[in-house]
Design a protein around this ligand. Structure first.
Ligand SMILES: Nc1ncnc2c1ncn2[C@@H]1O[C@H](COP(=O)(O)OP(=O)(O)OP(=O)(O)O)[C@@H](O)[C@H]1O
Ligand SMILES: [Mg+2]
Length: 249
């Protein structure tokens, strides 16, 4: 049973077609990684799937209860403390203040923030800690589906790995489903149950591959071997690094 399904989705910005004939499903408790070259429409697809953008045509069914989104830029309110940022999504809930504080503390712990960080303002936090606040803000609303749009791309390698582990364990512990956009096939192979490739011009999903084992259970060697095989032998991944200006820099 899928919790998200898109059928024949098409989108255009000011008449310029960006997505065409996109069919995609995410199953219950499944994390699907979405890869594809820069500019191919991955973020647009996530926005359309989440209902932030109205598609030109196509059908979208969301069977999850509540979603949250985590972007590359943590997008924190600069004048609010970490705790207030985490509580941001709860402002419309009718939770009593005490319960809201409990939600914030629990989400912060799940994102591995120190209690002492909660009173700090974004400017006082490192890049990794800001991204933890963004993760905690997403978890605080107790979502059952998370859209991740390259959340860890700006972090250095070691921190990125740590944050991937935080995402993996949180998704597994709470039985979350999600769509995880990334440029990094290693990241996809660590975090997802299945990897999907979007066409270079947004003209549909080219195909998908299921990964062996569960996210979090794969060794570094297994991940590296899977990626090496995908890039050298699987035609599905032939174009994923095309027109990717970040690889050239
Ligand atoms: N708000 C917008 N208005 C007009 N065109 C846009 C808008 N947002 C994105 N586009 C264009 O739509 C296309 C797809 O953009 P999108 O951001 O979805 O790609 P992406 O795959 O997420 O890229 P990246 O990997 O660099 O994040 C690009 O050509 C982009 O320039
Ligand atoms: Mg994008």
């Amino acid at each position: 049973m899928s919790v998200l399904s898109l059928a024949g989705v098409e989108h255009a910005y000011l008449g310029r077609s960006v997505l065409k004939a996109v069919d995609l499903t995410v199953g219950a408790q499944e994390i699907v990684a979405l890869v594809g070259p820069s500019g191919c429409g991955k973020s647009t697809l996530a926005h359309v799937a989440a209902g932030l953008l109205e598609p030109k045509s196509g059908r979208i069914e969301r069977r999850y209860r509540r979603h949250a989104m985590i972007f590359q830029d943590p997008s924190l309110l600069p004048w609010a403390t970490a705790a207030q940022n985490i509580a941001f999504g709860l402002r419309l809930s009718r939770l009593p203040r005490r319960q809201r504080a409990d939600c914030v503390a629990e989400a912060a712990a799940r994102a591995e923030l120190e209690p002492g960080d909660l009173a700090k303002y974004p400017v006082e936090l490192s890049g990794g800690m800001r991204q933890r606040v963004a993760i905690a803000r997403a978890l605080a609303v107790r979502p059952d589906f998370i859209y991740f749009d390259e959340p860890f791309t700006a972090l250095d390698v070691a921190l990125r790995r740590r944050m991937q582990d935080v995402a993996i364990s949180n998704c597994a512990d709470a039985g979350l489903s999600g769509l995880f956009i990334t440029h990094d096939l290693h990241e996809a192979a660590r975090i997802a149950h299945r990897v999907m490739v979007l066409d270079t011009y947004g003209a549909g999903i080219l195909g998908d591959r299921s990964l062996p084992g569960r996210p979090g259970s794969r060794s570094d060697t297994q991940v590296q071997e899977w990626v090496a095989a995908a890039l050298s032998r699987d035609p599905l991944f032939r174009h994923i690094h095309d027109v990717d200006e970040r690889q050239i820099a």
